[in-house]
Ligand binder design. Structure first.
Ligand SMILES: CC(C)(C)OC(=O)N[C@@H]1CNC[C@H](C(=O)N(Cc2cccc(Cl)c2Cl)C2CC2)C1
Length: 338
């Protein structure tokens, strides 16, 4: 009998409120990796022992060595992912993956080439996609689907808590099979996933203060645990920044830290509920040597049709709203995070 009654928690590390990752093992004996549990993708990849020494991003991370695992199964099929922000190339292997204490035989990619950008900034080794199977490249069964087919989870859901303060411990928590009441208050409000097979919902508007300014006719919002920020169509975000008096510089939108407490809330209308972010939720306040820097955690990103135009609600949204991803009922639940 499972000591955690059909649920399996994994503590997460919070790196600068922008990267949240937890530990999994692959192989026998266990080889440990830090991975982002990413609802915006559906494949598992980790750096490979056979990655080229010239791939700095690969070399500075933990690497999987199939020859050291007695449960390794050769595959060798080529694999590549083209992110908006970078490229991962390698080949497929199969081995036992353990996540939250649950073992699953899994086809995954060994990365032999990782683009320096952005992976040299990554504190994590790889990515474990928590998306639906139809987002999976090469039709590979995602990890969570492999676990659901074992019928050991109390519910076919997983939940995510992201802490808002890097010093907070744990930096977050992934729960397979349920939710963790330690990290939310009140009840869940649910929104149906709009397009079967993506962690995407219909958004009814985006308000600044009490004025609906964007997505007035409705639009699509992706709830993406693997994105650091909130992104929206570049024109909308640029208008939003003008409204709050933020300037764009080479590393994002900045505001004068003295004015932060006067900034309006930004509210996302999902399902029958309004999800407000206050300036505490969307400003990253960093104290540097040359003074304080206040970054607005919104980015303009134009996703081409038919996928776009979309808004992507990332870590800073999830840090405020504890999120339950429900595969049983194809819906997403939000509760106020503690
Ligand atoms: C189309 C398809 C390829 C499936 O799209 C995706 O996979 N889309 C992914 C959607 N979720 C975010 C992913 C992403 O941007 N990164 C890079 C990243 C994010 C935050 C911080 C850092 Cl340092 C980095 Cl490197 C992966 C780590 C999750 C892309």
């Amino acid at each position: 009998d499972d000591p955690t009654n059909g649920t399996a928690p994994t503590p997460l590390t919070n790196y600068l409120d922008t990267q949240y990752f937890g530990e999994i093992s692959i192989g026998s004996p266990a080889q440990m990796f830090n991975v982002v549990f990413d609802t915006g993708s559906a494949n598992l990849w980790v750096p490979s022992q056979s990655c080229s020494p010239f791939s700095t991003a690969c070399f500075t991370h933990n690497r999987y060595d199939g020859s050291r695992s007695r449960t390794h199964i050769d595959n060798g099929t080529g694999f590549s992912i083209q992110y908006a922000s970078g490229t991962v190339r390698g080949f497929l292997s199969e081995d036992v993956v353990v996540i939250g204490g649950i073992p699953v035989v899994q086809v995954f990619a060994e990365a032999t080439a990782l683009s320096a950008m952005p992976f040299i900034f990554a504190k994590f080794d790889g990515v474990l996609g928590m998306g639906y199977p139809n987002v999976a490249i090469d039709g590979i069964t995602p990890v969570f689907d492999g676990i659901m087919s074992q019928h050991i989870l109390k519910e076919e859901v997983f939940s995510v808590y992201y802490s808002r303060d890097p010093q907070h411990s744990p930096g977050g928590e992934l729960v397979l099979g349920g939710t963790d009441p330690d990290y939310y208050t009140g009840t869940f409000n649910y929104v149906a996933t709009e397009e079967m097979g993506k962690w995407e919902v219909t958004m009814k508007g985006v308000s600044v203060g009490d004025r609906i300014m964007f997505c007035v006719e409705g639009c699509t919002a992706v709830i993406d645990t693997g994105s650091s920020y909130i992104t929206g169509p570049a024109s909308s975000v640029s208008e939003l920044m003008t409204t709050i008096g933020a300037q764009l510089d080479e590393s994002g939108y900045k505001v004068n830290c003295e004015l932060v407490k006067t900034l309006p809330s930004v509210t996302f209308h999902l399902g029958g509920q309004e999800y407000e972010l206050s300036h505490e939720d969307y400003i990253l306040w960093q104290t540097e040597l040359e003074g304080d820097v206040c970054t607005v955690t919104f980015r303009g990103l134009d996703v081409p049709p038919p996928t776009g135009p979309i808004w992507i609600l990332g870590a800073n949204f999830i840090a405020r709203y504890y999120t339950e991803f429900d595969r049983e009922n194809n819906r997403i639940g939000f509760a106020t995070a503690v």
